[in-house]
Ligand binder design. Structure first.
Ligand SMILES: *Cc1c(COP(=O)(O)O)cnc(C)c1O
Length: 355
């Protein structure tokens, strides 16, 4: 190792799902929305005057913050926005997880959490999900330096009852508790009503899944004005202009197009419930998803092999090599037509492996 390398901050980066580029592909591997953004978003993108791009954006992203505050019925000083929820989460780790005690998150969860913990040198501990992949609330009653988990959890898709989240909060008044609600719009209950009672609760959301805007990179957090102030202090110490003019305008338009958003979510929920029945008929087993994906395993076909066979047919799903879940595939809910193509493939495949 060269001398200079000894002082390099070495990290093992997060591996994002692949972004293949085939015209005929069925992309069910990164939980994107299969539908286009709302008409208002397209309009806003056209209207963001090209000549305004020579100017810096509003560092406070007020138009977007106000739209979100209105939508969630909170004050604008309770809203923080960032470049995708990954940015919001990274800022939150940096701002709130600054204790010598370990931050707690499940052993099976969004695989970026341990990467940020390593990057920022935050100690962490990962309580094991139970055998049905459920978070055990009592694991989060132990002493800690902060708590984070998604609800519903990823990649399991399972929702935790709001009552249990409340119990976790009652046991953790002295640390920041972050609930990552990336998938909450697909039929789960939000912990937002608890924000007024717990000034240490931060809810993180994204425009990438339910709002069809993964490509634009918009995420946000809602919490007490105190939490949001600390987040902004960290953001302004890092990069004042995180949100582009385009993202601010299009994001605000997406929030205003509430009917489109609700219709899109309803369609995905419908397709998901139908997909569950189809998967069951094919012999797959899976936790009951409240998200835009299903985490499925099959007793007689190894996940990795099925993953490669699907890939050859340009049907992309996600496989995680991690212990306990390497027999599972995470399948994003696409359009009905995309899912029909997936099931047609699986039916044929099922017949071959039974022979
Ligand atoms: C997709 C996802 C994110 C990141 O979303 P972006 O807004 O696209 O950065 C964060 N947390 C969870 C649990 C996710 O699934």
């Amino acid at each position: 190792m060269s001398e200079w390398e000894k002082n390099v901050r070495k990290v093992e980066p997060y591996t994002p799902g692949e972004q293949p580029d085939f015209t005929d592909m069925i992309k069910l591997n990164t939980n994107e929305n299969p539908y286009p953004p709302s008409p208002g978003v397209i309009q806003a993108l056209k209207e963001t005057a090209a000549d305004s791009l020579r100017l810096y954006p509003d560092p406070a992203a007020s138009e977007l913050v106000k739209a979100l505050a209105g939508y969630h019925n909170v004050d604008p000083d309770q809203v923080f926005v960032g470049v995708g929820s990954d940015d919001v989460l990274a800022m939150s780790f940096l701002a709130f997880f600054n204790s010598k005690k370990p931050v707690l998150f499940p052993d099976i969860t969004y695989s970026f959490y341990d990467v940020w913990a390593e990057l920022f040198r935050i100690p962490y501990h990962r309580p094991r999900l139970d055998d049905n992949f459920r978070i055990r609330k009592t694991d989060y009653f132990q002493e800690n330096g902060g708590i984070i988990f998604p609800n519903p959890n990823a990649p399991t898709g399972l929702e935790m009852d709001l009552k249990e989240i409340e119990e976790i909060l009652v046991h953790n008044r002295d640390v920041v508790v972050i609930i990552d609600e990336a998938y909450v719009d697909f039929g789960a209950s939000s912990a937002l009503p608890l924000v007024s009672r717990f000034d240490n609760l931060l809810i993180v959301r994204t425009f990438s899944k339910s709002r069809c805007l993964a490509g634009l990179r918009i995420g946000y957090a809602i919490g007490s004005p105190g939490l949001i102030r600390y987040l902004n202090d960290v953001k302004y110490s890092f990069n004042s202009y995180t949100m582009s003019r385009t993202a601010i305008a299009a994001g605000a338009a997406a929030v205003r197009d509430q009917n489109y958003f609700e219709d899109t979510c309803a369609k995905i929920i419908d397709t998901r419930e139908w997909a569950k029945q189809e998967l069951r008929k094919l012999g797959f087993l899976f936790p009951d998803s409240r998200t835009n994906f299903i985490f499925a395993t099959h007793p007689s076909c190894p996940a990795e092999q099925l993953f490669s066979e699907l890939r050859k047919a340009h049907i992309f799903v996600r496989h995680f090599p991690q212990e306990r879940i390497r027999d599972y595939l995470r399948i994003t809910i696409g359009t009905r037509t995309q899912m029909e193509a997936l099931f047609a493939f699986l039916q044929t495949y099922n017949r071959t492996i039974r022979q």
